[in-house]
Write a protein that binds this ligand. Sequence first.
Ligand code: ZN
Ligand code: ZN
Length: 262
Amino acid sequence: MFRKRNLQITQRILRGLSGFLEFVPTQCILCRRTTYAPVSLCAGCVAELPVPLHPCAICGEEIPGTLYSIFCSRCLTQPPPFALCRSALLYQPPVNRLITSFKFSARFEIGKALSYLLCKQFIAHYNELDAGFPNALVPVPLHNKRLQQRGFNQALEICKVLAGHSRIKLQCDLLFRCRHTAPQSKATSLAARRKNLHSAFRVAASRTDTHSRNAQTTTIPEHIALVDDVVTTGSTVAEAAMMLRRAGVQQVDVWCLARANR
Ligand SMILES: [Zn+2]
Ligand SMILES: [Zn+2]
C-alpha cells in the first residue's frame, strides 16, 4: 500500500522535476557569474555553503563533540512533538545574509534558490527512507499584522517551491497565528521564548459547524510537513506541531532552509 503510493508520488515528482531540464542562464546570487544551474546559484557556490554535519536524528540540531551519536541528549530525555526537523543549510555566513535579503528585501530569487536546495533534500529523504511522503505542506503562519508589514509569508514561498516539485498539497487553511507575538529572536531565554509562544497558534476546526452560516470542513491530514525559513531553538515549530498533534495529525515533520545555533 505504502510502496504503491510512494511509486505514484515518485512518478509525479519526476514529472515535476522534468521542468528543470530547460535551464536558462541566470546570474549566481553569490558570485554573480553566469550559471546554467536550475536556480540562481552556481554549483561552485552551492558546494561551499555551510551544511549540517552531525544533526540529531530528531531535532536536527548539530551534536557537538567528536563522538558520534544519533540523538542529542535533549531529545533522549524529552522528545519534541515533531518526528524530525531537517534543514538544508546552517544559519551561518553567507546563508544568514541571503535569508535576511529574502525576508526583509523581498528577494524572491534568493528564496527560490534556497528552497530548491531544501526541495532536493526533502524528496531524497522520503524516497531513500521509503517513509511515505507527507499528505500536506503547511507553512508556519505569520500573524496578519506581520503579514501586512512584510507583504508575504516567507514560509509560504518556500512551500510553493516544495509543492511545485513534489506535487504535495499545500494547505494554508489549517494552522493560524492567533496572537501577535514579539519576534522570537528578541526573547532571549528558552523560558521567555516558550512564554512568548503560549497560545500563539490555532488549528482550524475539523468538523463542520452547522450553526455557522460560513460552515466549512477542514481536512486534518495524517502526516504534515511543517515548513519555516529558520529554526533556532525549535520552540516555534514545537508549539505549532503540538497544536497540530492535538487536532489529530499523526506525524509532523519540520523542514526549514537553515538551522541556527541556540
Ligand atoms: Zn556562484
Ligand atoms: Zn535532538
